[in-house]
Ligand binder design. Structure first.
Ligand code: ADP
Ligand code: MG
Length: 352
């Protein structure tokens, strides 16, 4: 007798969900990505019990028409790509159309959205698998998604959640990762009704990073810049005198997506090779922009890894740019040292 059988839709969905949603922080990530893709200027995230009871994300983006709200949580439903070619020029965070389907299959899911200015929206509620409500509902232009009782129907997965402290930390890290790369984005985050983070739109990227990493860290960071077409590099790295024992303070973005891209991280480390001890890591906030066609973002379920088309070239550009930034700083420091040792007052001559 044949042993292979085709799994039912519900099991199949839950398996797929496991790839995308493994903890409250991954729900937060997917919902913020959707909000940013929708052009939101302001995003409010509310969690209860570190996201286990509730993750709610509200945005003021473009919103959706009722028919789109009805489709949004269906598998492979996306407005972001339409054919396989599009996969190789992804400009949005999302494209697979499976996040909302996955999240709604393992939670009590509630989405309300409106795309007009009349305050009229549409709500869809889904529990586990089936829609339990689809009806008009008042909502300002934008979208609110509430995810309650995550993993209520997959208790085995729930057991893998860590302590509330750990889950809360991961949520905060996720929220900060979006705040760091997008200074103009207003972000509010609260847990159990207590404000955790309130960031208004910043004047500059430096201001935003300072608000997050702190002025004392920022004081020891130097600017990295490179325009070696077609790769653009912008960011800040810490001086060799201010390194850490782990990589937790390394934020690398490829086309605005926070990733663990090994080539680029190795290139940064290489730039410090002769100036910092073994197993010390600089603080890094680096935005690498490459043509959309030069990066494959469809190689990892949560898109945490990406594949660059020209890794060697990227390595050289990143490494050289970081080295340049560090040596420019030490030359400037030497220069200041020299000038103060030979200041006009000392020599008795007025500056010519
Ligand atoms: P993807 O982001 O990969 O397209 P999702 O399952 O995350 O897939 O979302 C499905 C679709 O629902 C999106 O393509 C988008 O059209 C719509 N959508 C989801 N969230 C929002 C939002 N916050 N604002 C506007 N549209 C949204
Ligand atoms: Mg998405």
């Amino acid at each position: 007798m044949a042993k292979i059988r085709v799994l039912g839709e519900e099991v199949a969905r839950q398996i797929a969900a496991g790839e995308v949603v493994d903890r409250p922080a991954s729900v937060v990530k997917e919902l913020i990505e959707n909000a940013v893709d929708a052009g939101a200027k302001s995003i409010t995230i509310k969690t209860f019990d570190a996201g286990e009871k509730l993750v709610e994300v509200h945005d003021d983006g473009c919103g959706m028409a009722p028919d789109d709200v009805k489709l949004a949580a269906k598998s492979f439903s996306t407005s972001k790509i339409s054919d396989a070619h599009d996969l190789f020029r992804i400009e949005t965070y999302g494209f697979r159309g499976e996040a909302l389907a996955s999240i709604s299959s393992v939670s009590r899911f509630d989405i309300v959205s409106s795309h007009g200015e009349d305050g009229e929206g549409w709500r869809v509620r889904i529990e586990g698998k089936s829609a339990v409500e689809s009806a008009p509902a008042p909502h300002e232009k934008g979208t609110t998604v509430a995810v309650r009782d995550l993993f209520f129907n997959t208790p085995a997965r729930k057991k893998f959640l860590k302590s509330a402290i750990t889950e809360r930390r991961r949520i905060l890290e996720t929220v900060l990762s979006f705040a760091l790369i997008d200074p103009e984005l207003e972000i509010h985050y609260s847990d159990n009704g207590k404000a955790v983070l309130d960031l208004v739109a910043s004047q500059s990227w430096r201001d935003r990073i300072t608000a997050i990493l702190g002025a004392s860290t920022m004081k020891h960071m130097v600017t990295v810049e490179s325009d070696a077409s077609p790769i653009q590099l912008r960011g800040f790295v810490s001086l060799p005198t201010h390194t850490r024992t782990n990589r937790n303070h390394q934020f690398l973005y490829v086309n605005r997506r926070l990733v663990r891209e090994k080539t680029t991280l190795a290139a940064v480390q290489e730039a410090y090779r002769s100036v910092i001890p073994y197993k010390r890591y600089p603080v890094v906030v680096l935005a690498v922009d490459v043509p959309y066609g030069d990066v494959d973002v469809n190689v990892h379920p949560t898109k945490l890894e990406v594949r660059l088309k020209h890794p060697r070239h990227t390595f050289d550009i990143v490494c050289n740019a970081v080295k340049r930034a560090l040596s420019a700083h030490s030359e400037a420091a030497l220069d200041v040292g020299y000038r103060s040792a030979h200041s006009p007052a000392d020599s008795g001559r007025s500056p010519g």
